[in-house]
Design a binder for this molecule. Structure first.
Ligand SMILES: [Zn+2]
Length: 253
């Protein structure tokens, strides 16, 4: 492992996101290389500092009571001015409370979903980088979809869609098994000029979802769900062409 490879994986290493083999490789290099060891130490310190509880602001004692008293005064003044019947006021307050709880619940669900997706997105980028470093990008090097698709038989608990887009300038390079989101997944490799696209595919219980995209470490990531299968395309190819690739796949029946 060299310094460039170490620098690309160092954030995943500090966040304990790499697998056992890569952890050992990283530990070995950091042990032997003073420059990477320094970089690792700085990141590790920053990580520790950011997780320090003292950074989280504590409300001054009594603030909650003072706010409550102030609100009670304001509402009693309003109450004397307005002539809303007590029943309607009660219903209004109950409705507001229900809305508030529903809102909090929705925020909690959305936040949880997006943080899971973000974690997988990071894994997808790490896997892409790792595949480019490895000596073999594909386990089954073939541009023939009828060779690549059956190769996955018996290796996965599903059969991935293997499409041929050579006519559109996206050449199938082969496939391999990968491990993402705590499960074995299909990784298909396509090439567009000198750019490699990794397309990760696995089944999901999530409903259909349109394409959403984000950038991480200079790579573009496109994700969507269709027919209870999730797709993650990642590459350093420009986002316009990667989107074209994603949309062609998504429009397959
Ligand atoms: Zn180094």
């Amino acid at each position: 492992m060299n310094c460039r490879e170490t620098q690309e994986l160092i954030h995943g290493f500090v966040d304990s996101e790499l697998g056992l083999v890569w952890n050992l490789e990283m530990e070995r290099h950091i042990h032997e290389c003073s420059s990477c060891s320094g970089a690792h130490e700085r990141l590790r310190v920053m990580h520790t500092v950011l997780s320090d509880n003292s950074l989280y602001f504590q409300l001054p004692a009594g603030l909650q009571d003072r706010l409550r008293t102030r609100l009670r005064k304001v509402s009693s003044v309003e109450g004397s001015v307005r002539t809303i019947s007590p029943t309607w006021r009660g219903i209004g307050m109950a409705a507001a409370l229900v809305l508030c709880i529903a809102g909090t619940w929705q925020v909690a669900i959305t936040t949880q979903r997006s943080s899971t997706t973000e974690t997988i997105g990071q894994e997808v980028v790490t896997s892409h980088v790792r595949s480019l470093m490895a000596t073999h990008l594909t386990d089954v090097p073939s541009s023939d979809q009828h060779t690549v698709k059956p190769w996955f038989n018996g290796k996965l608990d599903f059969s991935p869609v293997v499409a041929d887009f050579a006519d559109h300038g996206f050449v199938l390079d082969g496939g391999r098994l990968d491990y993402l989101g705590k499960r074995a997944v299909a990784a298909l490799v396509y090439r567009r000029r000198q750019h490699v696209i990794n397309l990760f595919i696995w089944p999901t219980s999530q409903p259909d979802a349109s394409i959403w995209t984000f950038d991480r470490q200079g790579y573009h990531v496109f994700n969507w769900n269709k027919y209870h299968v999730t797709y993650w395309a990642v590459s350093d190819l420009n986002p316009e062409e990667l989107r074209q690739f994603a949309e062609m796949l998504r429009n397959l029946e």
